[in-house]
Design a protein around this ligand. Sequence first.
Ligand SMILES: *Cc1c(COP(=O)(O)O)cnc(C)c1O
Length: 366
Amino acid sequence: MTHPFLDLAPLSAARFASIEDRVARLLDTRQDVVIMQGEALLPLEGAIRGTAGPGTTALNVITGPYGQTFGDWLRDCGATVIDLAVPFHTAVTAAQIREAFAEHPGIDFVSLVHAEAATGNTNPVAEIGEVVREHGALFYLDAVASIGAEPVLPDAWGVDLCVIGAQKAMGGPAGVSAVSVSERAWARMAANPRAPRRSYLSLLDWKERWVDGGRKALLHAPAQLEMLALEACVERIEAERPETVMARHASAAAATRAGAVALGGGLEPYVRDAAEAAPVATTLRTPSGVAASELVARALASDPALPLAAGGGALAKEMIRVNHYGGDATVGVVQGCLAALGAALAEKGLDVDLEGARRAVEGVWR
Ligand SMILES: *Cc1c(COP(=O)(O)O)cnc(C)c1O
């Protein structure tokens, strides 16, 4: 008896390499792309531990919860860390990065999150990349939440370590991830005595035993199911065309924003400037006195399948996340989310315009 995901043949090195090539095409990069056998935190941590050490001066940009984690890893590696935190309702600017370099000329590493699914903002990576390149620092980017929802172009932007995961806008598996690595980044790792070696966190192991060997023999048995799912999800994006997938996400974000404003009831876009709002997910601020977690619970009671969540930690009081990514970047899901939130606000006695919200979403959807 055959089973759809049991008794699979081992994934060959050739197939593994071809999936890496496919991911490289999605990123439009000529850098080495290494697919890591774990959730995106694996290459995120491996890339920092591989390149940072006591001699490193890192500018760590914090626009959401992940930036905090990167700063902790960098400090753990012995790096001197300059944290640049911006309020979650905005994005960081290239001018702020330039000022940081002027103040701390020793910066030789910059860590940045591209888009934040957790706070709903997106940062201007192309402009920031220009500043980072002018100063010769190594540029590390978490593009897990942006890939598939908006352009991610490591070569054009001068990104040395670009980490992606498939579980957000790509609608793919969470158990494998990828990182593109520039020659400069490989050189930094090779020269770093503290870079993980013979370790699951090691990128250098993949460089020395996989990339440099012509990708003929894998380091260990790959996660077949997750690899096949990653291949299928990139294939699906190629078939729909990446521009179309990204346009769906942009429409979902714009429609959610416009719909929330039209809905009223005190709901507001959390990210104030639409240009700084991420296409992957839209965050909304609840009116004072209305807990976001309670509103989300009421909305989910009417339809548990809606991609709604309250913000993490202290943000659960005031932030609603509409996770309109992957298969949820549709006009129907956006309408459903706003209708459910509108009904929940009405139950709390707030004045909402459900029909106005519905028309606003329709008007914005491209
Ligand atoms: C989702 C996400 C990740 C991956 O983390 P999970 O906790 O597994 O979801 C990493 N970085 C960013 C910016 C993300 O949005």
